[in-house]
Each structure stands twice: as C-alpha cells, then as structure tokens.
Design a protein around this ligand. Structure first.
Ligand code: ZN
Length: 61
C-alpha cells in the first residue's frame, strides 16, 4: 500500500499477526492488513505502539 511501510517483526496488538502491521510514512498512524486494526498517533499510539516504534528505530540503524 502506498504511503505505508511494513514493520518487520512487529506483532499486531489486535489480532496478534506477525509482519502484518504497517506504519504510515509520516509516522502518524499504524495499520494492520490482517484485521484492519489502526491506531492514530494522537490517540494511544505512544503507549500501545511504543514497542513497534522501538523496533523501527532498530531496523533503520
Ligand atoms: Zn491485526
């Protein structure tokens, strides 16, 4: 999907699928392709998505 990047090793907090979570390129939200779960950063993204964001930073190093 354009404008999104898959997060390797990330687990969806909703359905638990591995490698199905995408992060929007402007980092404003995450989205799961398996269950259509999404989380905007303005909401509880910092709490729920914290582990996912950490894994992105590691991958980008
Ligand atoms: Zn999911």
């Amino acid at each position: 999907m354009k404008g999104y990047k898959f997060i390797a090793g990330a687990v969806c907090p909703s359905c638990g699928d591995l490698d199905s979570v995408m992060l929007k390129n402007d980092d404003s939200m995450i989205k799961c392709v398996s269950c259509n779960y999404f989380q905007k950063k303005e909401d509880e993204f910092d709490k729920k998505g914290n582990e996912i964001i950490e894994s992105i930073k590691i991958l980008n190093d």
